[in-house]
Design a protein around this ligand. Structure first.
Ligand code: UDP
Length: 476
């Protein structure tokens, strides 16, 4: 690695303060640093505290002397729980009223901005700038953490609203196919639209309108960077390019980082404390025998759903490794008791932890399948590891992702809107035993394509190099 000079390009990255966003934008920061670009990583004070408490992010980035963290207030008190699933409107209000002016002051300060080459802003934060803000003297690149399939679906929402496709007229309506998303004809049902599209009054729903507007805004910046790859989502990326021609598809970023580092690397960007004992547990299980269960960093469920999953996993007869975050079950605050009738079996066949090193877990040979909430990072990590999925989407983009996993890529089953022990047990056995060969075949094919895309000669590898070159050219 060449040491960056004071004349090297300087890029400011600003992710939203959520696990999935920080994780992937830190990977982008590491990739840019490896390419001798000076990086300033701006994050909220709260996220910085969590990151430095639970991960080795500081020693990792100390390898890059010109890399720096900077923090900014999110305007919320220290004790605020900051859960996106519960407090989104309050958090948005605080980002707009407190973070936005602070961010603008920072960009206006000559001390900071004089040598800035460009800004890579998380699409979720696109409202922190106004497109025609002339005080931003550098190009703004937008980074979208969602896949192309959900991004394009969300970009199509204004048309869906116009054509009155979003109003739900009853439960039957949920299974009606929508032919109004170009390139996805005969695929998406109402049920498969992003979770926030289930609003009763789409024209006036603040969350739906807000998210839609951030996506439309994302296409108006100088460029769009996406964590996906051409062999997975090429035709949909072409549709997005009609709105934003300067698009860099550079994913899966965690796999690209491994290529560029030229060695295995573990994600160290955790907001929770990692329990590595699960790797030792996995070492003692037979190849392909374990279903890994994790619903990401934001999903919450009720006690009823927890018990249905528990009985279903138990009744499937398979071994399971299950991430139960302290705040996964509403009102439980980490206090979860094993149901008496499942106690013995759970001890024999199950293992529960609060947070895993997920990329490593998914690549472990004992893991034969992934019961996931279909967050985009989890989906890509499973794709790279070549593991079939059972999808139980919770919200946001996940409803679209799970439809693509099951009906386009044939990587597993979609358990959307169902949560009963019979379905859980049946789907676990379908993925792990009955239809295993079929799903493993597609998973292996797509994993190979993912690997090719991040290797020299692959599309994401080339697109990332183009991004670096374009940034260098900006700094003259
Ligand atoms: N993750 C992890 N350990 C866990 C659960 C999740 O490291 O026990 C990571 C996972 O690898 C992924 C991120 O958390 O990178 C979750 O992002 P995703 O987009 O899948 O879902 P979100 O949390 O944003 O809903």
């Amino acid at each position: 690695m060449e040491e960056p000079q004071s004349t090297s390009p300087h890029v400011l990255l600003f992710p939203a303060p959520a696990q999935g966003h920080l994780n992937v934008m830190l990977k982008l920061a590491e990739l840019l640093s490896l390419s001798s670009i000076r990086v300033t990583f701006l994050t909220t004070e709260h996220s910085y505290r969590q990151l430095t408490l639970h991960s080795d992010v500081l020693p990792r980035f100390s390898l890059f002397p010109s890399f720096q963290f900077r923090t900014i207030s999110d305007g919320l008190p220290l004790s605020h729980p900051r859960t996106f699933s519960h407090h989104l409107p309050e958090m948005l209000h605080s980002f707009v009223s407190v973070t936005k002016p602070l961010f603008r002051d920072m960009l206006l300060s000559p001390h900071f901005s004089s040598d800035l080459t460009c800004l890579i802003l998380d699409g979720f934060f696109s409202y922190l700038l106004d497109i025609d803000d002339d005080f931003v003297k550098v190009p703004v690149f937008c980074f979208r953490t969602f896949g192309a399939c959900s991004t394009w679906t969300i970009l199509s929402i204004p048309n869906l609203i116009k054509q009155e496709q979003l109003t739900i007229k009853g439960e039957d309506d949920m299974d009606r196919i929508l032919d109004n998303v170009p390139g996805m004809e005969n695929l998406l049902r109402r049920r498969d639209l992003p979770g926030f599209c289930r609003a009763t009054d789409p024209n006036n729903d603040p969350i739906l309108q807000f998210i839609m507007s951030t996506f439309i805004r994302s296409t108006k910046f100088s460029a769009l960077i996406m964590n996906t790859f051409e062999d997975l989502e090429g035709p949909i990326l072409s549709n997005i390019r009609t709105l934003c021609p300067n698009l860099y598809s550079i994913g899966p970023l965690h796999a690209l980082l491994k290529t560029k580092l030229n060695h295995e690397t573990e994600s160290l960007n955790n907001l929770w404390e990692v329990d590595r004992s699960c790797l030792t547990w996995l070492d003692n299980q037979a190849a392909g025998s374990v279903i890994y269960v994790s619903f990401g960093s934001i999903t919450v469920m009720g006690n009823r759903e927890l018990l249905e999953f528990w009985h279903g996993l138990f009744n499937s007869g398979r071994r399971f490794l299950w991430v139960i975050r302290p705040d996964l079950v509403k009102g439980k605050n980490g206090e979860i008791e094993i149901p008496a009738e499942l106690e013995e079996g759970t001890k024999q066949r199950g293992y529960m932890v609060g947070w895993t090193p997920q990329e490593k877990v998914l690549c472990h040979e004992a893991v034969g399948g992934f019961l996931t909430h279909s967050g985009w990072n989890s989906t890509l990590e499973s794709i790279v590891a070549g593991k079939p999925m059972i999808c139980w989407p919770y919200g946001f983009d996940q409803q679209v992702n799970s439809r693509f996993v099951s009906n386009v890529w044939n990587l597993g089953l979609d358990m959307k809107d169902l949560c009963d022990r019979e379905t859980v047990a049946k789907m676990v056995n379908d993925v792990m035993v009955n239809r295993k060969e079929e799903f493993v075949r597609s998973a292996t094919e797509i994993a190979n394509l993912a690997r090719q895309s991040v290797n020299p000669g692959g599309s994401s590898y080339a697109n990332f190099d183009r991004l670096v070159e374009d940034i260098r050219n900006l700094s003259g």
